[in-house]
Design a protein around this ligand. Structure first.
Ligand code: ZN
Length: 167
């Protein structure tokens, strides 16, 4: 039931578009820490990389994980627009969890910039919807499907580039 309603809400006002990635905004964080049970973002002003020894102010859970929030410019038809890819969509592009990518980026400082270069020019079928809250200004990509048959998730390409050995 819950899943059905969620689907309905996503389809409401959503449009599908073929989008070509123009660039990824690597100046803002591509992920954030949130409560792993209610998914409410945790506000850590000072040191977001430290493990928060806190509990969620909404549900009192003490487990947190990272979720993607990737801001990117895409071209569709003859216009360029800014879209936000949240966790489900971004996982398709990155091929791993936000936590895994964050850990990878910690030891490979240019990983986010390089991820942007890898995604540049990549074509995706995106389902775009208007933000639910009135003060959010960007479209959000609720689902992403790679259109290039040889598409490799970002993390795979990065690992090859940085020659990470699988153990
Ligand atoms: Zn919570």
């Amino acid at each position: 039931m819950e899943g059905e309603r969620e689907k309905e809400r996503e389809n409401n006002g959503a449009s599908s578009a073929t989008c070509c990635v123009v660039g990824l905004d690597s100046t803002t964080n591509i992920s954030y820490i949130a409560c792993s049970s209610c998914e409410k973002p945790l506000h850590t002003q000072h040191n977001p990389s430290s493990t928060p020894a806190l509990c969620c102010s909404f549900c009192k859970s003490s487990s947190f994980k990272r979720f993607y929030r990737v801001v990117m410019s895409v071209a569709s038809g003859n216009k360029v627009m800014v879209v936000i890819c949240f966790d489900k969509a971004a996982r398709v592009m990155f091929g791993c969890s936000a936590d895994e990518f964050f850990d990878f980026a910690k030891v490979n400082p240019f990983a986010v910039v390089t991820a942007g270069q890898i995604l540049e020019g990549e074509m995706f079928g995106m389902k775009l919807s208007m933000p639910r809250s009135g003060n959010a200004e960007h479209l959000r990509a609720t689902s992403v499907v790679p259109l290039h048959s040889g598409f490799q998730p970002v993390i795979q390409t990065l690992k090859k580039m940085y020659r990470v050995k699988h153990r």
